[in-house]
Ligand binder design. Structure first.
Ligand code: PAF
Length: 283
């Protein structure tokens, strides 16, 4: 397995793979890998000749006062996990490689970058789109794999790829959950034991919302949102950031619960911000 630290070396290796006719699958990560990342890696190894994973904690997608400095790191564990799969290369640039002194060119994500998580994390999706662009230009993947847990991120990246004409297919993979339903996330490690118990309420609230919608008795979006909010508020540790019912591909607010709907949640539990979602096909 190659461990690559520079953009130039990554581009050269990728060129070698492509010139021998091999397809490249790519899984961009910020490390601290869990079963959610592993599911993306497995899917990539199944669908491509070569799989490349990147590990880079991207400073430009964190706002002031967010968790950039304490974001979990587990280099040894990550390398051990990656080595259990047929992964050809790990791209491991440092911050000065991706953002050399004087760096000043950013992608601006208008519209969908400013709603949902973008409303409380201004510039977050500009940082994500900028680093994903740089990673795609380094790896030149045929396919890139993203988890549905970060649904808005996946929609932003699909739009980025379409509007800036990247020759990369974006593959959205299902959410992987702990046995009690909590969506896997590197940030779950911030939770105290008590907070961890509270955190299962996100998935329970989504299941509750889904049952309300599927019951056919709820005609009104604001009533569904209100009931989900009351359900979440029953736990004193939970502070709601947003509850939105949107179309999963456009992220536009739906005005009827018939058809395809994503229930998207963001809450704070203690100092940890957690997001989750579920997609419902309701006729
Ligand atoms: O989802 C993540 O881990 C990050 O946002 C990504 C896509 C690797 C960009 O830094």
């Amino acid at each position: 397995m190659h461990v690559i630290k520079t953009v130039k070396a990554m581009q050269a290796l990728s060129r070698t793979f492509r010139s021998s006719g091999r397809t490249i699958g790519f899984v961009p990560t910020m490390g601290s890998l869990h079963e959610g990342h592993m599911s993306l890696l497995r899917r990539s190894t199944e669908e491509n000749d070569v799989t490349i994973v990147s590990i880079f904690i991207n400073p430009t997608q964190f706002g002031p006062g967010e968790d950039f400095n304490r974001y979990p790191k587990d280099h040894k564990g990550d390398m051990e996990k990656i080595s259990t799969l047929p992964v050809e290369a790990v791209f491991l640039p440092d911050v000065s490689e991706m953002y050399p002194k004087g760096f000043s060119t950013f992608i601006y994500v208008g519209g969908i970058g400013n709603i949902l998580c973008g409303a409380s994390r201004p510039d977050h999706f500009n940082g994500v789109a900028t680093i994903v662009t740089k990673l795609f230009n380094s790896v030149a993947p045929d396919r890139a794999y993203f988890g549905q847990k970060d649904l808005q991120q996946a929609v932003v990246i699909k739009k980025l790829v379409q509007e800036l004409n990247f020759d990369t297919e974006i593959v959205l993979c299902p959410i992987v959950r702990e046995s009690d339903g909590l969506a896997m996330s590197s940030r779950n490690s911030y939770l105290s034991d008590e907070e961890r118990k509270s955190a299962i309420i996100l998935n329970k609230a989504l299941q509750y919302g889904k049952a309300l919608i599927m019951s056919g008795k709820e005609g009104d979006i604001s009533s569904v949102k209100g009931k989900i909010a009351a359900f979440l508020a029953s736990d004193p540790l939970v502070r709601i950031d947003y509850i939105e019912l949107v179309h999963p591909e456009s992220l536009e607010q739906v005005d009827t619960i018939n058809g395809t709907v994503a229930i998207c949640l963001a809450v704070n539990i203690g100092k940890t911000r957690l997001i989750d979602n579920t997609i419902i096909n309701n006729g």
